[in-house]
Design a protein around this ligand. Structure first.
Ligand SMILES: [Zn+2]
Length: 261
């Protein structure tokens, strides 16, 4: 029997009518889905017989058709928008929180994190201040990985085992630090499905973008066409390496502004 492959999908903040987003630049908004879009994706999964798992459950790589659902950044909509929809369909998910953002406008408060945890959702860590980790010195990296883990553990009162990299950026030093800190897994945002032969420290994830159609979402769940996205992604990463992360982001912001109507 072929080993089961599971696509890990990556969401961010959700858009609710009348509610201000945490950030407004186009590079951020392209990762933000209206709640109705998210709900229709979950409904599609349910109707098609897919299960929605958190990272811990997905790592057992069950044979049943499954998608691993993850959220980055720790926005308040994790609790007020995503959790009720997930509950409605009987799905679980992992919410990776940026520890230093907790309690600031638009992000979860400590009591809301405990609420998500008590509802049975899995809480993970997404650094302290959301920097590109490979750009940091060792002490800075320790703060982003070790201190962030401790801070979230203090809120929920139990171990936090799963980490996701801000902006998907990581290097071997990042992974070593995460392992030493006691994380069992690290997720990035490279376009590949995971299986029992994938390193738990290099879990690929597929970003679900605002512009994705329901059909494209279905393809993503099935792992279709990921190779193509991966090639595009590698080209972008190459440009980022040549230009440096900061210069690349500035250039991208300018290009995205130009392409707007
Ligand atoms: Zn993030």
């Amino acid at each position: 029997m072929a080993a089961s492959r599971i696509v890990f999908v990556m969401y961010h903040e959700l858009e609710l009518a009348g509610r201000k987003l945490c950030q407004s630049e186009p590079g951020y908004v392209r990762y933000i889905l209206p709640i109705e879009t998210f709900r229709s994706q979950m409904a599609w999964m349910k109707k098609s017989g897919w299960r929605g798992l958190n990272v811990g459950e997905a790592l057992r790589y069950p044979a049943e058709a499954s998608v691993c659902i993850t959220f980055d950044d720790g926005c308040e909509t994790d609790l007020v928008a995503a959790a009720p929809v997930l509950g409605e369909f009987g799905f679980n998910a992992t919410f990776y929180l940026t520890a230093g953002f907790l309690g600031t406008p638009g992000y979860l408060h400590a009591s809301q994190v405990r609420d998500l945890d008590a509802q049975g959702f899995q809480i993970g860590c997404h650094s302290m201040t959301h920097p590109y980790l490979p750009d940091l010195t060792d002490p800075e990296l320790k703060h982003e990985i070790v201190d962030a883990k401790l801070q979230i553990e203090q809120i929920v009162g139990h171990a936090i085992e799963h980490f996701s990299c801000p902006g998907g950026r990581y290097d071997q030093r990042t992974l070593r630090m995460a392992r030493h800190a006691g994380f069992a897994t690290v997720a990035n945002s490279e376009f590949y499905a995971n299986s029992s032969s994938t390193s738990p420290y290099e879990l690929g994830r597929v970003a679900i973008l605002r512009a994705l159609t329901l059909e494209q979402f279905g393809d993503a769940c099935r792992g279709r066409g990921l190779w193509k996205k991966r090639l595009q992604h590698q080209a972008r990463r190459g440009a980022q390496r040549v230009l440096g992360n900061r210069a690349y982001d500035n250039l991208r912001a300018v290009l995205m502004r130009k392409s707007r109507p």
